[in-house]
Design a protein around this ligand. Structure first.
Ligand SMILES: C[S@@+](CC[C@H](N)C(=O)[O-])C[C@H]1O[C@@H](n2cnc3c(N)ncnc32)[C@H](O)[C@@H]1O
Length: 240
């Protein structure tokens, strides 16, 4: 997979790309990440990348000619899927990351300042927001995308870790514990220590439903349940 990022602040990516799982995935050689400095595509000698908005209003907008030049000089628009980071889009979901992780060549464009000239939007395939809030720039949003996509690639982390993760099957993950078995009077549930896989599976499923009911009941509205899940959910609702 090839990921090209267009940003005014390439230095923000230095540690990110060198850290933990992300750097391991890149080192395996199946992912190429190129960070492009948008300022290199400024069209004037003062290296301007922004200008005041027509019609007035606060702040500066990134210029369409600079952004377009950065895009066409770094990616092939026939092959590359261009994603614009923007708070003006549907918030990113795990299913979007799954979809994007199947692509071979993507470009992520980071806005800054008050935003970008609207005319640039016609050169992108999709706008992605990472949530209903406004950040200073698209850099953190692009890192969220890169992190979320890379860990789903075939040779990244184990498929078993992904199988029961939050959102993958429409539920939040169940609570997990590690050593010590007791801390400040809180004990790891006995069932998780007894080695009975069926009991552990059922216990975890029940707790996964419980977490989802507590923190994200909206997820349950869209989900198809097995009979076992319906029974467990019925018990949990009765306990409330
Ligand atoms: C300060 S924001 C612009 C906000 C814009 N004036 C508005 O009200 O919608 C500057 C840039 O940060 C990025 N950005 C900010 N919030 C974001 C979010 N929630 N998701 C993705 N990108 C975001 C976008 O690239 C955006 O162009």
């Amino acid at each position: 997979m090839k990921i090209t990022v267009l940003s005014l602040f390439p230095e923000m990516y230095e540690n990110f790309l060198k850290t933990s799982i992300i750097s391991r995935i890149i080192d395996k050689g199946n992912v190429e990440i190129k960070i492009v400095n948008i300022r290199d595509y400024s069209l004037d000698k003062h290296k301007h990348v922004d200008d005041t908005p027509y019609g007035g209003g606060a702040g500066m907008l990134m210029k369409v000619d600079v952004l377009h030049s950065a895009l066409i000089n770094n990616v092939d628009h026939h092959k590359t899927y261009a994603i614009l980071t923007s708070p003006k889009a549907k918030p990113l979901k795990q299913k979007d990351l799954l979809r994007l992780s199947k692509l071979d060549d993507i470009c992520i464009i980071c806005g800054h300042y008050e935003g970008i000239d609207y005319r640039f939007e016609k050169y992108v395939d999709e706008k992605v927001s990472i949530g209903d809030y406004v950040l200073t720039g698209g850099e953190l949003a692009s890192m969220v995308l890169i992190d979320g996509i890379l860990r789903l690639l075939d040779d990244s982390i184990s498929k078993d870790s992904l199988k029961e993760e939050s959102y993958i099957n429409g539920l939040l993950e169940y609570p997990q514990y590690t050593r010590p078995v007791e801390y400040n009077g809180d004990r790891v549930p006995d069932v998780l220590q007894n080695g009975n896989h069926e009991e552990i599976r059922k216990f975890n499923l029940r707790n996964s439903l419980k977490e989802t009911l507590k923190y994200r009941p909206d997820l349950l509205e869209k989900r198809q349940f097995s009979q076992e899940e319906k029974d467990l959910l019925g018990e949990l609702i009765n306990e409330l």
